[in-house]
Ligand binder design. Structure first.
Ligand code: FAD
Ligand code: NAP
Length: 484
């Protein structure tokens, strides 16, 4: 908030009195000191010196990119941060375009620092990454079907994200660390709802659009940014979702239900999160949240709306926090932007799994909800699922009775609550994550059973848990930690 206030103060944060300049590489290199630090991100140059003291990662992290192109470093650490909005008052200008050193005389192309021209990105990928998909389309009187041939086997409905908003049709197919993008201004109007089918074994995707008028289309549309190209997954695409309901779950945690626009297809894969974005005092603020499934919800209320159009979030409101109080102030019917999913949890980790152990603290419980649901319903080899759930007090435990009921119903599932600041009535386990608490709990159901331990909570909790797991001889492959 202090940073936002400073950017709104009218102070000249670039030292250029509002002028934007073209920055050469030589010029950029000169600005490499704390009190005069320029950084290039995706071709735009920012004077980050005034931001130094507000950077949550500290000055040293920012200084790693001083006087240079920080795009890769930025993408590695927090590519979801909306730097354009956060740093707009620090914008110095664009990198000057310079001719690339041609590989041979026929190849004289231009390179912009921090950004390769689209064709070159796609060319480079064609050599290193997956084979580029292709697309085609056909129509009937009432429908237009876009067919994408990904030439990949592990494509499913989670891999396809489709949006149609403001005359722009955009489909993104996630293929490992790349995105294949169809991005068009459609030649004719379509109805709001669309459907997506995937033929998994051949990697074929069909997106079926309903025509508004039954006329014959001569062409599908005109290409927009990145159309028909395979690009490294970069940046995040957002769509506005409507707040449908908000219910108290504990004294400070609420269940938010958001509805996707009718012309969006988006499924958040297990173990992944999305970013929610809200304008707060004129700046777009973005924070990550992990959707939960309706499996445990069905214990809460009947009937449940079982439909991919709704995304549920369990979110703790911090009264002194930046984002959650704003989210909490939203009224039913208000909008919040939701990004594409992110995360590195792989469903293949469940293959042949026999024991699943979940260690969660506070809202670190959120990724465990879908994991638990999926494992209990889809993994035939699974013998035991155990959740150890750490909270400050009894009142902080999210969905306690639902979890207890589930443990009662499904003998494969056990839950253990641990409380760090219990009342005198608490009869259960107490304290913080420790060898004493873990050693018995982590015992496998069979001597050599295949095990996966998932851990999520405040960063120090997760780090401590990983150390203890290593001490107890769990290998790297047997641990999945959810971190920022
Ligand atoms: P912040 O402004 O970040 O503040 C959080 C707390 O820290 C507050 O108590 C605040 O008073 C205190 N604080 C802030 N600044 C300072 C300071 N300078 N000194 C001392 N104290 C300070 N959360 C959920 O509830 N549900 C989820 O599903 C969920 N999923 C997540 C997924 C991922 C991958 C990650 C990384 C985090 C997830 N989180 C989730 C946490 C979430 O992203 C936010 O961090 C959280 O909601 C707090 O946001 P905030 O802006 O309201 O609070
Ligand atoms: P919290 O209520 O503050 O803490 C939950 C429990 O963890 C408490 O018992 C607490 O003990 C304990 N704890 C805290 N710090 C610890 C430490 N250093 N060592 C051992 N135990 C510790 O938690 P919260 O406010 O809900 O926060 C949840 C966290 O999970 C947030 O940081 C959020 O970002 C993170 N999260 C991450 C993801 C992800 O996917 N990466 C998803 C969801 C949430 P005390 O109360 O005694 O300190």
């Amino acid at each position: 908030m202090d940073w936002i206030r400073l950017t709104k103060s009218g102070k000249d944060l670039t030292g250029l009195k509002g002028r934007l300049i073209e920055v050469t590489e030589e010029e950029l290199k000169k600005h490499n000191k704390k009190d005069d630090c320029w950084i290039c991100i995706r071709g735009l140059v920012y004077n980050v010196s005034p931001y130094m003291e507000y950077h949550p990662g500290g000055e040293d992290e920012l200084m790693k990119a001083a006087g240079s192109d920080g795009t890769d470093l930025f993408d590695q650490v927090h590519r979801w941060v909306n730097y354009e909005s956060m740093l707009k008052e620090c914008l110095v200008g664009r990198m000057a375009i310079k001719p690339a050193v041609p590989k041979d005389y026929r190849e004289e192309k231009k390179v912009v620092n921090g950004m390769l021209p689209k064709s070159q990105v796609t060319d480079a990928l064609a050599k290193e990454g997956p084979r580029s998909p292709s697309y085609d389309w056909f129509q009937t009187d009432s429908l237009v079907t876009i067919v994408i041939y990904t030439k990949q086997k592990d494509i499913n409905l989670d891999s396809v994200i489709v949006d149609h908003q403001d005359d722009s049709f955009r489909a993104e197919i996630i293929i490992k660390d790349y995105s294949y993008i169809i991005h068009l201004g459609l030649s004719h109007e379509i109805q709001e709802d669309l459907s997506v089918r995937v033929v998994e074994n051949v990697g074929k995707i069909e997106i079926v659009l309903k025509k508004k008028e039954n006329t014959s289309w001569k062409r599908l549309g005109h290409p927009l940014e990145n159309h028909d190209s395979l690009v490294p997954k970069k940046g995040l695409h957002y769509r506005k979702c409507q707040l449908i309901s908000k219910e108290g779950v504990t004294h400070d945690t609420k269940l938010f239900c958001l509805m996707l626009p009718p012309s969006t297809h988006l499924q958040v894969p297990i173990g992944q999160h999305v970013y929610l974005k809200l304008p707060i005092t004129g700046t777009e603020i973005v924070k990550p949240y992990t959707p939960v499934s309706d499996f445990l919800l069905s214990e809460v209320k009947e009937p449940v709306i079982l439909n991919n159009k709704y995304i549920y979030f369990l979110i703790k409101i911090y009264p002194a926090g930046l984002f959650t109080p704003e989210l909490d102030h939203l009224q039913i019917g208000d909008f919040v932007s939701v990004s594409n999913p992110e995360g590195n949890f792989k469903i293949s980790q469940f293959q042949e799994l026999e024991d699943l152990i979940l260690l969660a603290a506070g809202t670190g419980f959120t990724p465990m909800v879908k994991i638990l649901t999926y494992a209990l319903t889809n993994i035939p080899s699974l013998r035991k699922v155990k959740l150890m759930f750490f909270n400050k007090t009894e009142d902080d435990i999210i969905w306690r009775s639902q979890l207890e009921k589930l443990a009662f119903k499904d003998k494969r599932f056990d839950v253990e609550f641990v409380v760090s600041a219990p009342t005198s009535e608490w009869n259960g386990k107490r304290g913080h994550i420790s060898p004493a608490l873990l050693s018995e709990f982590l015992k496998r159901s069979l001597d050599k059973s295949k095990v996966l331990v998932c851990i999520c909570g405040p960063t120090p909790f997760t780090e401590q848990g990983i150390r203890l797991l290593h001490d107890l001889n769990f290998s790297k492959d047997e641990i999945h930690s959810f971190t920022a």
